[in-house]
Design a protein around this ligand. Structure first.
Ligand code: PRP
Length: 215
């Protein structure tokens, strides 16, 4: 029987792109295109089993070995620091982690900076390196509202097109780190399914470099 690779895919727009890449690389799965609410799909012929999970949960499935591999944003990897191998930068889902504030904001360094974010670890590390005292307000979404309502001075959040910031009269003031989607692997699976994982990795790398050449 063929060894199956369990793959955690991030639900949503990024996941659709990732699935497209995997399928073009030879890991197609007709069942996943049927219209239903199932979350697990497999194609035994090519040795792949996909499951859709929340993007922020991909690294949990991979770290615990429920998935052998997965694709997660660098933001999630920096925030949760899961004990997984980061194999490859897929160069999609590109955006940046940034500090943003209301237009005209001036930082008063004598006061504790109030920071709203979904990423307390990234924000904490960033300001710790700068030696800046902060008070983190952890939110789960719609972060942009916090400074508008004067609940915080700044936000630390993902900026992709910048539209959300602009439309809420905010502006980016510092870039913390560029973000993109990464292929990750469970450490034990990487040892015991080494042949399957490295072969997949090679095919994905090759396809991505061809796609890059095509522009
Ligand atoms: C993300 C992020 C910003 C927005 C940035 O939110 O938190 O709000 O996208 O994209 P833009 O620069 O292209 O406008 P998401 O859509 O994940 O929703 P959220 O409010 O739940 O964080």
């Amino acid at each position: 029987m063929k060894t199956m690779l369990n793959v955690a895919l991030p639900k949503g727009r990024l996941g659709e792109k990732v699935l497209d890449i995997f399928e073009k690389a030879g890991y197609d799965c007709p069942a996943i295109h049927e219209q239903n609410r199932k979350l697990i799909f497999e194609n035994e012929a090519v040795g792949v089993r996909y499951f859709w999970v929340k993007p922020s949960d991909v690294s949990i499935y991979v770290e615990r070995g429920a998935a052998d591999i997965g694709v997660a944003g660098k933001d999630i990897l920096l925030e949760y620091e899961p004990d997984v191998y980061e194999l490859y930068d897929l160069d999609i889902g590109k955006c940046r982690m940034a500090v943003a504030a209301c237009k005209g904001f001036r930082d008063n360094t004598e006061r504790t900076l109030r920071v709203a974010t979904k990423f307390p670890n990234i924000a904490g590390n960033y300001y710790a390196k700068k030696g800046r005292d902060i008070d983190i307000v952890k939110l789960n979404g719609s972060i942009e509202i916090a400074p508008v309502l004067k609940m915080t001075d700044v936000i630390v959040d993902i900026v992709e097109t910048g539209t959300t910031l602009r439309e809420n009269n905010l502006e980016p003031i510092e870039t913390i780190v560029p973000i993109s989607a990464r292929l990750i692997a469970n450490k034990v699976s990487y040892k015991f399914k080494h042949k399957e994982i490295t072969s997949l990795e090679r095919k994905i790398e090759q396809l991505c470099s061809e796609l890059r050449k095509e522009g």
